[in-house]
Design a protein around this ligand. Structure first.
Ligand code: KG4
Ligand code: ZN
Length: 347
């Protein structure tokens, strides 16, 4: 099938997403977020997210079909996030997808959320190169990947040994008294700050650490360093310069992410890099990567910020790649796997 019409369903965290693609052409990307219901708790509450998915699914599906101007009977296949993510939230999407696939008599593909973050770029910049390095930076995961065929060949070069990059943003936002999710607010606050104001640590970059953890990340020491710095300042009765702390923290995160991503390209022997995941929407990460990739002769692919955070288009886009690769659909007893490894692309 050259341009399969695939409907993708995403429900791994707090966004209910339904996307529709024809091959690599995006026809609809409807997202309903329950983020407002989690703000007062300072993080996603799994039960609240699951209930919100249940309520949002049918209206989001209807909107996607209307936007794409397609009828369910025209859909060639359905893809759904099978993991990783919150179990209760994943189960809602998988059950909905199974029901829909059975009702219209079309194949169902359970796919990997993290690989979806990488695959989504095809709807913006066309088919992926034969090989590239992908920097995957989300709320729950941070990895460097070697991507061959996106449907069959993803290897992990390294990953975080503690907090994910997005998690670090969310935790530092809380330390600074900023709301959840912290990424976008820190991104904004940092715009008015000096990234050189405070020298925060760059995790796993010393020569000793690089010997063992060349492509791994660590952000928990950085988070603690920010907390200590703020605490000391408060104990001294001084104001906390939020913009400077945000900018200096962000610089530490982006410096390490970009340096290791460029190094991974050298290691793999490719001049193609791609970024994906919620933190890939970050303005400094996008800017610094652009600079460092240009200096290293690397072509950088960046999906637009709206496609970096969780959505259904990424699951539809990966589903279409999987259909085009001729892989078999998922079994009828497809289940959700909250800990699905990034190397397992289709379940
Ligand atoms: O990929 P995603 O939408 O969900 C997961 O799969 O986890 O990523 C969400 C994460 C959150 O931690 C959020 O704070 C972060 O992405 N994020 C950002 C930005 N926008 C979202 N981090 C930094 N800068 C941003 N502009
Ligand atoms: Zn995600």
């Amino acid at each position: 099938m050259s341009e399969p019409l695939v409907l993708g369903i995403e429900s791994s965290c707090d966004e209910t997403g339904v996307g529709i693609v024809a091959g690599t052409t995006l026809l609809a990307n409807e997202v309903a977020s329950s983020v407002d219901e989690h703000v007062r708790f300072g993080g996603v509450v799994p039960e609240v997210a699951s209930r919100a998915h249940l309520q949002a699914f049918v209206p989001t599906l209807r909107r996607a079909l209307a936007t794409a101007d397609v009828d369910l009977s025209q859909i060639d296949a359905i893809s759904v996030t099978a993991g990783p993510g919150l179990m209760g939230a994943l189960v809602v999407g998988v059950a909905a997808a199974k029901t829909l696939a059975a009702a219209i008599g079309k194949p169902l593909y359970g796919v990997n959320h993290l690989v979806g973050h990488v695959a989504v770029d095809v709807v913006e910049h066309g088919p992926l190169p034969p090989e590239c390095v992908a920097l995957l930076v989300s709320g729950g995961h941070t990895s460097l990947l070697r991507v061959g065929d996106i449907a069959t060949d993803v290897q992990e070069l390294g990953s975080t040994i503690d907090d994910a990059a997005g998690e670090a943003y969310d935790k530092v936002a809380r330390i600074l008294g900023l709301p959840y999710p912290g990424g976008p607010v820190i991104d904004k606050a940092a715009a008015d700050g000096d990234p050189r104001a405070i020298a925060f640590p760059r995790g796993l970059t010393s020569q000793r650490d690089l010997d063992k953890h060349r492509f791994d990340f660590s952000f928990s020491g950085l988070k603690t360093a920010v907390a200590r710095w703020v605490e000391t300042r408060e104990l001294d009765g001084l104001d906390v310069p939020v913009a400077d702390v945000a900018a200096s923290f962000q610089e530490a995160v982006c410096d390490v992410l970009t340096a290791k991503a460029v190094e991974a390209c050298r290691f793999v022997g490719t001049d193609q890099m791609l970024i994906g995941g919620g933190v890939a929407a970050n303005s400094r990460l996008r800017g610094l990567l652009e600079e460092r990739c240009a200096a290293a002769g690397i072509t950088l692919r960046r999906p637009r910020p709206g496609l970096c955070t969780d959505n259904g288009a990424m699951i539809a886009a990966l589903g279409a790649q999987v259909v085009q690769a001729g892989l078999p659909p998922s079994p009828a007893d497809l289940g959700a796997d909250s800990g699905l490894p990034v190397t397992k692309i289709v379940v």
